[in-house]
Design a protein around this ligand. Structure first.
Ligand SMILES: Cc1cc2nc3c(=O)[nH]c(=O)nc-3n(C[C@H](O)[C@H](O)[C@H](O)COP(=O)(O)OP(=O)(O)OC[C@H]3O[C@@H](n4cnc5c(N)ncnc54)[C@H](O)[C@@H]3O)c2cc1C
Length: 211
């Protein structure tokens, strides 16, 4: 698939779009093949676009000493990648009340879900809680702010006009009732810490761990 659009979303996160058709559900991921210094690598990336959009969007955050995520920060329009998929069971499946809790690039599949259900004008109570280090690290801040959802960004370092501090029990309880389906995505420390704070049956908890 060919890169048709690139946007530097934050200082260490690149968003890019690939042309080409794929039937996927919001929340799924693709495997991207990438040649770096004459070696081939395959990495999983969540699809950040919605099936209602005509492209595949990916959102890649640079990991310290990460081979592919560092390489992809310099992706250019016209670059081509072999992509397979979609994969994964971390999908939005028509639930009426959802809480999407993400940290860092773990917010990517939630852009897909939130965009899809607002484009389709589905009658869903959707809350996105998005946790990042500083204000400049907020991913898809403008987009989530514009969607007809409840959007609660929080930063763990520095100051800004919005919420500060880690996601805690009080914040979760504010948006999670006994009927809420909770989607957790991001680094494993974040996902498992969030899971511990949930008071909903386990079949209402959906997790995607980024390693
Ligand atoms: C289902 C799924 C979806 C994902 N979606 C996204 C997404 O949408 N966006 C996103 O940004 N990421 C996503 N990821 C993570 C992504 O797949 C990659 O893991 C990530 O980009 C890092 O890849 P890399 O090649 O840069 O890092 P790697 O080179 O694989 O290194 C990863 C980390 O391990 C460390 N490391 C590597 N080798 C060693 C070693 N020998 N000793 C000690 N430490 C080492 C590196 O320093 C680095 O911090 C997803 C993961 C999964 C499983």
């Amino acid at each position: 698939m060919k890169v048709v659009y690139v946007n530097r979303e934050t200082p260490d996160t690149i968003v890019f779009r690939l042309d080409g058709e794929m039937d996927y559900l919001p929340g799924q991921f693709i495997m991207l093949e990438c040649e770096v210094n004459s070696e081939m690598y395959r990495r999983a990336y969540s699809i950040a676009s919605s099936p209602t959009e005509p492209h595949i969007e990916l959102c890649v955050k640079e990991m310290e000493n990460g081979i592919v995520s560092t390489f992809l920060q310099n992706v250019q329009v016209g670059d081509e990648f072999k992509v397979s998929g979609p994969y994964g069971k971390f999908v939005y499946d028509g639930q009426a009340d959802i809480l999407l809790l993400g940290a860092g690039s773990g917010i990517a599949p939630f852009r897909s879900i939130a965009k899809c259900l607002t484009d389709e004008q589905m009658n869903v109570k959707c809350t996105v809680i998005s946790s990042h280090k500083t204000q400049k690290d907020l991913i898809y801040h403008a987009e989530f702010s514009e969607l007809d959802i409840t959007y609660v960004p929080t930063i763990t370092r520095g100051e800004w006009s919005g919420r500060t501090g880690r996601v805690d029990q009080a914040l979760i309880d504010q948006y999670c009732t006994k009927d809420t389906h909770v989607f957790l995505c991001g680094p494993k420390e974040f996902v498992f810490a969030m899971k511990e704070m949930l008071n909903v049956p386990s079949d209402q908890v959906h997790m995607e761990v980024y390693g």
